[in-house]
Design a protein around this ligand. Structure first.
Ligand code: ZN
Length: 158
């Protein structure tokens, strides 16, 4: 079966940055619903479209095609007093960006009574290389299409 609109693709993946450091690697295969459901990056869908089980590729994506450029507007300094005690560098919390959208902020630095937060995706601003291997392709169920994501062992659980 070929990958196309409303197929569920199970794949293994590895994400490497421009310095050759592995950022993420699938411990188990992951499944996504193919067909512009925002389940994965558009460039990944483009590369896999029309392919079959066994297809493997390595995509090098510019930051803009991966997790976006680093947006300085999402870097904020906030008084430590506004945080629950025990705030640590590397910790994450939900907050609002200046445009009101909800984001996950990562604590980058704590200096004195100030906390530096970054609401960018941790991989923003990086050229990334994605190594993908297609393990399974199947037709999506009507329910999966309605939910706009894949179910099953390697998909969405709820
Ligand atoms: Zn669902």
């Amino acid at each position: 079966m070929k990958i196309g609109k409303d197929t569920v693709v199970t794949m293994s993946y590895k994400v490497v940055n421009a310095q050759g450091k592995t950022l993420d690697q699938s411990q188990e295969p992951t499944a996504y619903l193919h067909g512009d459901y925002d389940n994965t990056l558009p460039k990944i869908e483009e590369a896999l479209d029309g392919q079959e089980v066994g297809f493997a590729t390595t995509l090098k994506l510019a930051a803009a095609d991966a997790f976006g450029e680093h947006d300085e507007g999402l870097v904020q300094t906030i008084p430590k007093s506004e945080f629950p005690p025990g705030v640590k560098v590397g910790g994450q919390l939900r907050g609002r960006a200046e445009d009101g959208s909800e984001r996950v902020f990562t604590v980058v630095k704590i200096k004195g009574d100030k906390v530096l937060l970054d609401g960018n995706h941790p991989w923003a601003g990086q050229e990334l290389s994605f190594s993908l291997k297609v393990i399974e392709v199947r037709a999506a169920s009507a329910e999966e299409v309605t939910h706009r994501h894949a179910h099953g062992a390697h998909g969405h659980h709820h």
